[in-house]
Design a protein around this ligand. Sequence first.
Ligand code: GLU
Length: 389
Amino acid sequence: MKSAADRQLKNTRRLAEARRVVVKVGSSLLVNEQSGELDQIWLDALIDDVVMLHRRGQQPVLVSSGAIALGRRRLDLAPGRLQLKDSQAAAAVGQIHLARAYSTSLARFGLTGAQILLTIGDTERRTRYLNARDTMETLLALGAVPVINENDTVATAEIRYGDNDRLAARVAQLAGADCLVMLSDVDALYDADPRHTQDSRPIDEVTRITPELEQAAGSATTACGTGGMVTKLAAAKIATAAGCSMVIASGRVPHPITALEAGGRCTWFPARANSITVRKRWIAGHLEIRGAYSVDAGAARALADGKSLLPAGTVAIRGEFARGDAVAVIDHDGLEIARGLSAYASTDAQRLLGQRSGEIEKLLGYRGPDELIHRGDLVLTDDLGPADD
Ligand code: GLU
């Protein structure tokens, strides 16, 4: 059995060693409940921490609530629970202020903030998932810091995430993040609701989310945000299954990520599998295969070396498929050597066969990706080891 100190050391390393870190900020941290104004001093201190991650070579992605809380006061909406149409209106007003506050704060360090507003279909449907992911990858490659919120203005009750905890977990999955930091006004998960039970104790690590734990989490919510422990546990399930570790920590301190790394109270949910393995299994096993690319010997060798599939080495296409569909890759002996998500629909891919990537714009009339299957979306048929859980 590991000691608490060992566990803490191991867990803190999860954050320090993560390549991509999603940081989720709750409304109640950012927006003063009484005045309805944004706390720029707190935000600046948080951004100091985010810049620290960036300077260490990590790629921070922010998921921030606060649009509705910021907008409602400006529209003089009555306190209490808002009707859907009023929260949509409030979000439209507040999101402008939220985005400006982040971009101003990041600009102090010469960093560029990039707003992404997502609805549930953007992470649940494959084509839109790929589009959202490509945008995020491009922004990160260009050194920008994505600041994400739900697109509350168009999201109706049926198509909402409804809380940014689950949204943050989906973003972590979409971004292939290794660590999700949930900053909120509670500093950890407790074995009983601390508001009602005096001797409740914080839990430093959760390796399995049991029904008892869910029960103990109750349904704590604050006046400002919509999340609580229940949504945080739901988020932990999504994130850890996607290979991303999650930590709940207090945002009620000026430099919350520094405080967390210095050993501040928190609850860790270690990833249940490696994110690359999870993704590869998902590609290899859980999708309907809609078609196939036949490739020449050079392309087959390139794939075995971990490269992407380019149009140049592709000689034929079978089946009809859309961008984002799963397809097989067949070598010149007719053997399946890989599976992946096609970056092009079959009709477009047909016109690219055997061509150089530089010709794509001329052939299709738009500048699509250079590869038919990006290496991140590709898994070699004999590359999967045994399952880890
Ligand atoms: N997306 C909402 C907003 O920005 C917040 C949802 C939540 O509180 O989790 O105001």
